[in-house]
Each structure stands twice: as C-alpha cells, then as structure tokens.
Design a protein around this ligand. Structure first.
Ligand code: CTP
Length: 404
C-alpha cells in the first residue's frame, strides 16, 4: 500500500465518524501521502481543525471566504493540486449536495472544481443510508464514476445495528491506494504501438416509429475505458459508439452510430485492423418495419414483429483479413459455460465475461471480468472499469505479441 508523493485532499463532513478521520490522516501519512484537510462547518463540531492540522502537518481549511488562506493557496489551486479527493466521512447531506452539483461551501466547491477522482466513504445512521433519497443520490454519484467505499455494517454510534458505518481507516487507505494507482503490472507505453484497434461501445437503438425505439441499459463506460486504455498503450483507436452520454475520449477517432445496421457498416468501413474489441450491447433484433409516423394507440393490443440483426462480432471474426477478435459476454447465469460457448460459436480469439443483473455492471463504475481464451482463463476482480480496461488491454497485448 503505497501513496508516496500522492496529493490527497481529505474532506471531512459532519458526522460522528469524523473522529475516525484523525486516525485516517495518520494512516494516510504512514502510506506516504501529502494531505490537505478540508472540513465542513458541521464537521468542526465533532473534531477541531487544530487536531487535524497537527496530524496532517498542514493548515486545515473550512471556509470559502478565508482571505488569509485564499491568498496562500486559493480554492481553485487546491482543487488542481489534488491527485484524489477522499471524503470520509461522507454524510447523507454531503452526498445529496454532491449529487445535486451544489457549491455552497468550500468542500462542495472543490469537488465541483476538481478533475481528480472523487472517492466517498459514506457514514450515517442505517435508516438514512437505506432511505430512497440517499439510494438515489448514491446511484447518481456512481453513474458519474465517483467511487463509494462502504459503508460497512455493525454497531452504530447512535446505538443501532445495521449498514451505515464508515469503513475503518486502514481499509480506506487500502481502497484509495488501489483506486488511484496504476495496475500492478502496468501496460508498457508502447505495448500496442503501431496497432490499429477498432472498438464498438454503448447501446444501439432500433426505431419503432419516429419517437420510439428498442434499446438496453448499456452506458458505454466499459468500451470507452477500453478505448482509452488502448490509446494509452500506443494504439491508433477507432471507437464506434452507439448512444451514450459520454464525451469522446481525446486522441481517439469516434464514429457515432444509432442502429445495429449503422454500427455494422461503420465497423466494416473501419476494417482492416489488427485488433477488434466488441464491447457494444448491440440489439439482437430490430422492428421489421419502422413506422413513418408516430403509432397511435387505437388498438387494444399491438404486436411488433422483429427481425434478427447481423452479428457484427461474428462477421468480423469471419473476415478473410481477420483481426485478433475479442468479444464481451454479459450473462445473468452460468457465466463461464455461456461465455466459453460464445467464444467457440463466434470463433473469437478471446472473450471477456461478466455477470449482469439489476444494479450490476450496467451503468456502474465498477465491474468484475473473467477473460477466457483457448483453455485459459484469468479472473479480474471487482474494480473500477478503467482499471479493468487497462488489465484487459495488457492481456490482449500479450496474446497478440505471442501470436505474431
Ligand atoms: N455482438 C455483435 N453484434 C450483435 C450482437 C452481439 O457484435 N448483433 C457482440 C457484442 O458486442 C459482444 C458479443 O457479441 O461482444 C455479445 O454477444 P451477445 O449478443 O451477448 O451473445 P449472443 O451470441 O447473441 O447470445 P445471447 O444473446 O443468447 O446471450
């Protein structure tokens, strides 16, 4: 666990778990981190800024309107300074304000003004944690790529027993180190240098009429992370993207498509390539006919006839000038059996399998993957999708090099 020279901005929100932040500061320093503490007004009711100043070795900031501190290191400078922002404890109120994008005190303003990864250690009474408002806020934060560490369950300061306890300082430091460090076996800068990589990502939309369509829950995050990892490994990357709300990654050629047929056309135009990675959730079927005008609800029942879409991945794998072809398998059960069957049926070089179900994988920042090829398999445990994408690219690069 190494955070040497990592600049960590530790935010402390108002909650009884704030007392644990003192030990957290010690642990972060033990791991080599350079720490600046920012507290909310309410946090100062539980633990004093003086204590945290002594422990962190740096002045503690509370107010946005502190002229002396603003003159030394202004809040925008502080936002830029941080390699990561960890808020521990993150109260229900703090989560709500972050989810709403508010900037009504120093800590929330810093979160909005910083591009550094934001990590939260929620801590609150179990009923507050289970409240639909907090659950919804947690979903919003997760969907923006913000990581939540915990909460754990057990005895609470309020005397109740349940989920809502802040994770222990040591565990938080470990989780932080994993979240912000490059993978243990980093991709060589040039592992894919000179390679052309084509990646599909996101969901396709199949129009029923001018206002309605069939689609799925894919956010495109995994595919975008794979595109960035391939770019970082030195590849020339073409990202053929279905509908997502994600911005185009820098130095990647993004081609936006809507339907499976558009996606297939764009993929075939992007051929030949060295590596093809199909992360898109392509609609298996499309309406046989798309109504030219909005369908009116005149009839009591409505039957839609669907026709199968071409399987883009299989078509790429069947090309005469065939790239190293990698598929994804999203399954709700019998993960490995289904994935291995798909690997063989679609004649792929490799497949990345993951379990999907309500609240899992789709539209989440985290995921877990099993990578299968030939008779081999590697488990990539639950982690941020960016980290998983780097590990996947590293495995692909090794296989491609061995085959060459
Ligand atoms: N894929 C594709 N074109 C399609 C359907 C899927 O390129 N029309 C790709 C996906 O990008 C992914 C893999 O194939 O890499 C996933 O296949 P999937 O559709 O989940 O599996 P199927 O073989 O259709 O099996 P099933 O629907 O029964 O799970």
């Amino acid at each position: 666990m190494n955070l040497t020279h990592k600049k960590i901005l530790l935010g402390i929100a108002g909650g009884i778990a704030a007392y644990k932040a003192c030990e957290l500061v010690r642990r972060l320093r033990d791991a080599g981190a350079d720490i600046r503490v920012v507290m909310t007004e309410n946090a100062t009711r539980f633990v004093t800024p003086l204590t945290l100043q002594a422990l962190s070795g740096n002045p503690v900031r509370v107010s946005l309107w502190d002229e002396e501190h603003e003159a030394a290191m202004g809040h925008i400078e502080l936002a830029r300074w941080a390699d990561a922002i960890l808020i521990a404890p993150a109260s229900a109120d703090m989560m709500a304000r972050l989810a709403a994008g508010m900037a009504d005190d120093l800590l929330s303003t810093l979160c909005l003004a910083s591009e550094a990864p934001l990590l939260l250690a929620p801590a609150m009474n179990r009923v507050m944690w289970a409240h639909p408002a907090t659950r919804a806020n947690a979903q919003i934060l997760l969907s923006r790529g913000i990581q939540l560490f915990g909460p754990g369950s057990g005895a609470q300061a309020c005397g109740e027993l349940g989920e809502g306890r802040m994770l222990e300082p040591l565990e938080l430091v470990q989780r932080l180190a994993v979240a912000i460090s490059p993978p243990s076996n980093p991709i060589g800068d040039a592992a894919l240098f000179g390679k052309r990589v084509v990646i599909t990502a996101g969901a396709t939309r199949e129009a029923i009429d001018p206002v309605r369509f069939i689609s799925n829950r894919s956010s495109g995050r995994m595919g975008y992370a794979v595109a960035e990892a391939a770019r970082d490994a030195g590849a020339e990357v073409v990202l053929i993207s279905g509908v997502t709300s994600l911005p185009a990654p820098q130095d990647v050629t993004r081609i936006e498509v809507e339907t499976a047929l558009h996606m297939r056309e764009a993929v075939m135009q992007a051929m030949p390539c060295d590596i093809f990675i199909g992360t898109a959730a392509v609609a298996d079927y499309r309406p046989t006919e798309t109504a030219l005008q909005k369908i009116k609800k005149n009839a009591d029942t409505l039957t839609l006839e669907l026709v199968k879409n071409p399987d883009i991945l299989s078509e790429v794998a069947a090309l005469a000038l065939r790239p190293f072809t990698v598929g994804f398998a999203a399954e709700t059960e019998h993960l490995l059996d289904h994935a291995r069957a798909k690997l063989q049926r679609k004649k792929l070089d490799m497949i990345a399998a993951n379990l999907v179900s309500e609240g899992r994988a789709f539209d989440q920042a985290d995921n877990a993957l099993t990578i299968l090829w030939g008779d081999s398999q590697i488990e990539l445990p639950q982690a941020d999708k960016r980290l998983l994408a780097q590990q996947l690219i590293q495995i692909i690069a090794q296989r491609v090099t061995q085959r060459a």
